[in-house]
Design a protein. Structure first.
Length: 96
């Protein structure tokens, strides 16, 4: 099945931040937030919101997230969509 969702900014954020060489997803996110400005974080947050609110099925959303990240979701106790919603909450709280 070919994923219909295309968003280079979101794909770059996920694959560039949550790759196999990270210590943990939370450490990777903290490092990312230290490296970029608030305007960029707002832009990434917006892209995540658009993705989560898109008409894609939950299956398609999860497949996209899994494809873009190298996280073992069972070990963090969350499903990919739940995890991405949590990432969005952290980004928003950092922005405000």
């Amino acid at each position: 099945m070919k994923n219909r969702f295309k968003n280079e900014k979101l794909e770059d954020f996920l694959s560039g931040t949550f790759h196999q060489d990270i210590e943990s997803p939370s450490v990777a996110l903290a490092e990312y937030m230290e490296e970029v400005d608030v305007e960029w974080l707002s832009s990434v947050s917006y892209e995540i919101e658009c993705f989560l609110e898109s008409e894609l099925s939950d299956y398609e959303k999860e497949e996209f997230i899994i494809k873009c990240t190298e996280i073992h979701y069972p070990s963090i106790g969350m499903k990919p969509i739940e995890w991405l919603k949590d990432i969005l909450d952290v980004l928003k709280s950092h922005i405000n």
